[in-house]
Ligand binder design. Structure first.
Ligand SMILES: N[C@@H](CCC(=O)N[C@@H](CS)C(=O)NCC(=O)O)C(=O)O
Length: 251
């Protein structure tokens, strides 16, 4: 969807984009990256205008390592200052920009959400290892790892008694969790219906305007990822609509 940015993915040999204008929020992203999606969800929820420079992760432009030496997206650039890591950049945006405050303020609830995000790492690692493995035994193990994380989310939602992790509206923690839940439903569609509270949560999140703005159809997800899940070089980064930049990208 447009929220993720349809800008062409720049590759090795491309020209470095000119500096962003004063106070312009610039996101270095990749259209299908769930970590970029975290930041985009936060920007969408707070209705913050921004520009996107997409990076081909199989053939990264040389200059990108001067933006993020880790070579990862998302990266955020504002007035020449650069930050990276999806949770850190998202928290920065929430702290500094106007709009709905997304971070939970109550210290106890916030602590519980942070524990949940720790468990969510199991959901993420299990999910990736499951979809990237072709060994049935390993897949079964990874599914179990993923379920440890999902059980923690189920438990949280049941105890909280609220439609979202952050309460009556999706907040920071929801936007950190959602991108992988979206993908689990696409690539492992029989998993979420087994969790009563996560199923309701999934349906509720699907109605949120930030989620809709940053969500791809199952078909587009499958086209991008399943072409060859292990081959970063030949993924269809420019899958779907493509927008060209207003500045030159080639000599
Ligand atoms: N911990 C990072 C992870 C970001 C990440 O893994 N991004 C992937 C794309 S989904 C990436 O940039 N991969 C490039 C690479 O591994 O070379 C964050 O939360 O921002």
């Amino acid at each position: 969807m447009a929220g993720m940015g349809n800008e062409r993915h720049l590759e090795t040999g491309s020209l470095k984009p000119p500096p962003a204008g004063k106070d312009v929020v610039r996101v270095y992203g990749m259209k299908f990256c769930p970590f970029v999606q975290r930041l985009k969800l936060v920007l969408a929820a707070k209705e913050i205008k921004h520009e996107t420079i997409n990076i081909h992760l199989g053939r990264k432009p040389e200059w990108f390592f001067n933006i993020n030496p880790r070579g990862l997206v998302p990266a955020l650039e504002i007035n020449g200052e650069v930050m990276y890591e999806s949770d850190i950049t998202s928290a920065y945006i929430d702290a500094v920009y106007p709009g709905r405050k997304l971070m939970t303020e109550d210290p106890l609830r916030k602590a519980k959400e942070q524990i949940l995000l720790g468990d969510n790492e199991k959901t993420i690692s299990g999910y990736y290892s499951f979809v990237l493995s072709s060994d049935p035994k390993q897949k079964a193990q990874e599914l179990e790892t993923m379920k440890i994380g999902l059980r923690s989310l189920e438990f949280f939602l049941k105890n909280a008694g609220t439609p979202f992790v952050c309460g009556d509206q999706p907040g920071f923690t929801d936007y950190m969790i959602w991108p992988h839940i979206e993908r689990i439903d696409v690539f492992m569609s029989d998993v979420i219906p087994n969790f009563e509270y996560i199923k309701k949560y999934f349906d509720n999140m699907g109605l949120d305007s930030a989620v809709t703005a940053c969500r791809f159809s199952n078909e587009i997800h499958i086209k991008f990822f399943h072409l060859n899940p292990r081959d970063k070089l030949n993924r269809l980064y420019d899958c779907g609509e493509v927008v060209e930049y207003s500045f030159p990208t080639k000599m």
